[in-house]
Design a protein around this ligand. Structure first.
Ligand code: RB5
Length: 148
């Protein structure tokens, strides 16, 4: 069973809790790195807290929610080995696991409703990377990160 980590900024504590509890109910272990209130905060802090859990190997996949999902995905993608995808449709959420081996899903609490958020999360955690030619391309990310 994959180990998951979830985080958000002040735009999404309620939606984050709904997604977290749904995944826990499905049997996943889910670490919640906050935030837990609607008090204004800086989303890169939470993106960083989540990404370090994946970089260390403590967690396999992460979900980040802000107002749009965009800021979180930008901050997450500044971390080595993190492949964050901002998705607000289920096709993209599936394909980013199949082809991009995304390890962080981002979406916006001001963009998607509760039902779509749960579908995005389910599809993301249930879909496996296809590997093959896609692995060659993912490996090229590391070369870029290492300045080669
Ligand atoms: C916060 O107001 C908002 O800017 C943030 O949640 C996010 O949408 C940034 O990308």
């Amino acid at each position: 069973m994959k180990k998951l980590v979830i985080g958000c900024d002040h735009a999404a504590p309620e939606l984050k809790a709904i997604v977290r509890d749904h995944l826990i109910q499905r049997g996943f272990e889910v670490i919640d790195v906050g935030t837990h209130t609607t008090e204004s905060c800086n989303y890169p802090d939470y993106a960083h807290a989540l990404c370090t859990k994946i970089q260390s190997g403590e967690c396999d996949l992460g979900i980040l929610i802000c107002g749009t999902g965009i800021g979180m995905s930008m901050a997450a993608n500044k971390h080595k080995g993190i492949r964050a995808a901002c998705c607000s449709d289920t096709f993209s959420a599936r394909l980013t696991r199949l082809h991009n081996d995304a390890n962080v899903l981002c979406f916006g609490a001001r963009v998607v409703g509760q039902g779509l958020a749960l579908d995005l999360a389910d599809i993301f955690v249930d879909t496996e990377f296809e590997g093959g030619k896609h692995k060659t391309r993912i490996d090229m990310f590391a070369d870029i990160e290492n300045g080669q």
